[in-house]
Design a protein around this ligand. Structure first.
Ligand code: HPA
Ligand code: ZN
Length: 338
């Protein structure tokens, strides 16, 4: 019988919650800083890693935005994306729907084209060289106002056919989804899919707003939904995908210990949960590591692992015809791996 870790690595999987700027490893941060002549407040990789001790989301965001300042050219974004794709190819990942934060880059003077063109070229190379498919999601920073989100959507216009949807990230508390009702309506009118971070630190009301005011297709995180039985019922009945990020939850103190992580409880309640890495360079693990550590901590069965793998594809923005071969590959793998 193969080990759980071998089973997890071998299962075909998709990643639906990944901030590409959060895959910036300290080594690469120094490399980009050197080639772009950007100064860093750290002298060594060890010093950077020592700074990754967070007690909440904002602690992390402060250092994450600082790190992103080393990204200056299309080549940087291309290299960042390819480094990520190489890592997850080794994890058995076949498809990724990645977030990027254009305002983090345009607000420090980069033209809108730099991040998006660099990422799209990295995504094309990942398809050609690794066979991994991917789609790009543009996130609005929720600590900024809705006018800034509208300006970002306008700046993205030339690329909208190559962007699959919009999302909402950054500081959740005090910035409810309803703050972005109009720009989400506009994004939907342009044919984009809609997702939003909700219920990571924010209350269940924010998840209700993401559903009822924004009309999202997926909820990113969603942990605090479990505090509201009516909301759990709504999410379960509608088959709403939750993109859960266990190691992120641990590092940002959303849970005290992986052993009490709600992933298994979510599955038991009939919620369509998926497992993702969020910001792997900052939270101590890429896709497979999230699966392996969480499975060991909460005791996932092989059948639950198969469900999670299937959820990652059926919860994606791939078409049913594109999803079908992945589901067949999961079944074939699970049948052969006893
Ligand atoms: N939550 C909110 N915003 C983010 C995150 C997150 O986990 N990662 C990057 N931006
Ligand atoms: Zn996130």
């Amino acid at each position: 019988m193969i080990t759980d870790s071998e089973f997890i690595r071998g299962l075909p999987k998709a990643e639906l919650h990944l901030h590409i700027e959060g895959s910036l490893e300290p080594e690469q941060m120094f490399e980009f800083a050197r080639r772009n002549r950007v100064s860093l407040p750290f002298r060594t990789v060890e010093e950077v890693r020592a700074a990754y001790a967070f007690s909440n989301l904002q602690d992390f965001l402060d250092i994450y935005y600082q790190g992103a300042a080393v990204l200056q050219t299309e080549q940087d974004f291309h290299d960042l994306a390819m480094a990520y794709f190489r890592r997850v190819a080794a994890d058995g990942c076949r498809h990724v729907e990645l977030f990027f934060d254009p305002q983090t880059h345009t607000d420090r003077g980069l033209p809108f084209s730099v991040a998006v063109e660099g990422l799209l070229s990295g995504m094309a190379e990942a398809k050609a060289s690794l066979g991994i498919t991917s789609k790009l999601i543009l996130c609005f920073l929720r600590h900024l106002d809705e006018d800034a989100a509208f300006a970002t959507l306008k700046a993205a216009e030339p690329w909208l056919s190559r962007i699959v949807g919009v999302g909402l990230d950054s500081s959740e508390l005090g910035h409810p989804p309803s703050k972005f009702a109009k720009v989400y309506r506009e994004a939907r009118a342009r044919g984009l899919n809609l997702v939003a971070h909700a219920g990571e630190e924010g209350p269940p009301e924010y998840v209700w707003e993401a559903l009822d005011v924004l009309g999202v297709d997926r909820i990113d995180h969603g942990n605090r939904s479990l505090e509201d039985a009516g909301l759990v019922e709504r999410l379960a009945k509608s088959g709403m995908t939750l993109t859960v990020c266990p190691l992120s939850n641990l590092r940002l103190c959303v849970v005290d210990d992986l052993k009490v992580h709600p992933l298994k409880r979510m599955l038991g309640l009939g919620l369509k949960a998926t497992v993702n890495s969020d910001d792997p360079a900052y939270f101590g693990g890429y896709l497979a590591e999230n699966w392996i550590q969480t499975s060991a901590a909460v005791g996932l069965t092989r059948s639950e692992l198969v469900t999670l793998a299937k959820n990652s594809f059926t919860g994606s923005f791939l078409t049913p015809a594109e999803v079908a071969p992945h589901l067949a590959a999961i079944d074939a793998f699970a049948k052969g791996a006893v």
